[in-house]
Every structure is written in C-alpha cells, then in structure tokens.
Write a protein that binds this ligand. Structure first.
Ligand SMILES: CC(C)(COP(=O)(O)OP(=O)(O)OC[C@H]1O[C@@H](n2cnc3c(N)ncnc32)[C@H](O)[C@@H]1OP(=O)(O)O)[C@@H](O)C(=O)NCCC(=O)NCCS
Length: 182
C-alpha cells in the first residue's frame, strides 16, 4: 500500500495521471531543473508521461515518489531512492510559486521520519549543488551533515561539472534531535 504522509499543511500522496499537466507546468522551468541532476530542459509532455509510467512500474521498495499537495494543489515532488546498500537517498523539487513557504522543510521532515520510523534505516542521505542555498538550508534544518563533495552534472545544463555536496543524517543524530525537541 502506498505510504501517504500528512504534515500540518501538506499531503504527500501517490501520483495520479491527472498530475501530468501540473508536473510539466512546474518543472519546465530552468530555475527548477538547473538544480537537478537528471531532469531535462525544456521538459515536454512526453517526458512527463515517461516519468509517470516509470513511477507506476518501479517497486516502492526501490523508489517512492510522493506528490506534494498543498492548499493550492500540486506543488512538487519528494522522492527516496533505495540502492543496494538499503540507504535511502532523498531528492525533491517544488514549482517556483511554492518556494519560500517552508514547504520543503516540512515535507523533508515527514519523509525522514518515515525512513527512520517505518523503514527502520540507520541513515538517510541527500545532496545539493554547492550554489543551492535553499536546498542546503532545508537539509541543514533537518539535521543533515556534510560528508563530502563530488563533481556532478545537471542534465538541464549540459556538460558543465558542478560541485555536489553530499549530506547524511544518522539515526543517532535524528534520535538526539527528537529528544531535544520533545
Ligand atoms: C530548494 C527548494 C526545494 C527549497 O524549498 P522551499 O520550500 O522553498 O524551502 P523552505 O521554505 O523550507 O526553506 C528552508 C530554509 O531555506 C531558506 N531558503 C529557501 N530558499 C532559499 C534560497 N533560494 N536562498 C537562501 N535561503 C533560502 C529559507 O529561508 C528557510 O530558512 P529559515 O527556516 O531559516 O527561514 C526549492 O527552492 C526548489 O524546489 N528549488 C528548485 C529545485 C531544487 O533545488 N531542488 C533540490 C535539489 S537538491
């Protein structure tokens, strides 16, 4: 069963076919795709159809993609990919009209809690380009710590190498943060 998650303002839900239009509308924006590794720009309807099909064919144990539903409707995506190591890698994007409202900090907290509480993992990882202050702030607010850097490409930008900052949150730190928050 799909693990729908609720936060105070958001519902993280399963994708539907009628998300195609808002996905394309929000991600066909270079300001969004230039911060992502695998998303093309421009982004066509065929790209969106391919992606919805990919989601429906991929087991949740390998990849879980949540549609972020705000008070104003579809706002973006948050994903975990679980590799052979069993460690989830979080990725996300919001349409530009939804930036700066604390939505991604809220969505990330819910997905991190899901990873530790429901999946029972020992750590969660993520990463962001060094110029992506917004994403690095989301990750830092949720307790992620830098563990290294690597050169990475953004499909939307082409062959240019960009420094990716790798981060992780261990279960020990997550538990310590929760103990302080209570
Ligand atoms: C990065 C992104 C997910 C941030 O989401 P968001 O919901 O706007 O982030 P939040 O509102 O939760 O902000 C978290 C913190 O970062 C700060 N912040 C947000 N955007 C910022 C920016 N562009 N520059 C500097 N700080 C920023 C916020 O002020 C907030 O700090 P505060 O709690 O101290 O006030 C969103 O801008 C986005 O989707 N960008 C394009 C795609 C992308 O970068 N995806 C991530 C790839 S790693």
């Amino acid at each position: 069963m799909f693990p729908e998650l609720n936060t105070s303002r958001l519902t993280l839900r399963q994708f539907r076919q009628d998300d195609l239009e808002p996905i394309c509308e929000n991600i066909n924006n270079f300001e969004v795709s230039k911060m992502l590794t695998v998303v093309p720009y421009p982004y066509t309807k065929a790209d969106g159809e391919w992606w919805l099909n990919h989601i429906s064919e991929t087991p949740l144990t390998q990849e879980t993609n949540w549609a972020i539903e705000s008070e104003l409707g579809f706002a973006g995506v948050i994903t975990i990919r679980i590799g052979e190591s069993g460690v989830p890698l979080i990725g996300y994007w919001l349409g530009q009209p939804f930036w700066g409202k604390g939505y991604m900090s809220e969505a990330t907290e819910a997905v991190v809690n899901y990873c530790f509480e429901t999946l029972g993992v020992t750590k969660v990882t993520s990463g962001a380009f060094e110029e992506n202050d917004g994403s690095l702030n989301v990750l830092a607010k949720n307790g992620f710590q830098t563990v290294g850097t690597q050169p990475e490409k953004s499909r939307a930008r082409g062959e240019e190498d960009i420094t990716l900052i790798n981060v992780e949150l261990t279960r020990d730190l997550w538990e310590a943060m929760r103990a302080v928050a209570v």
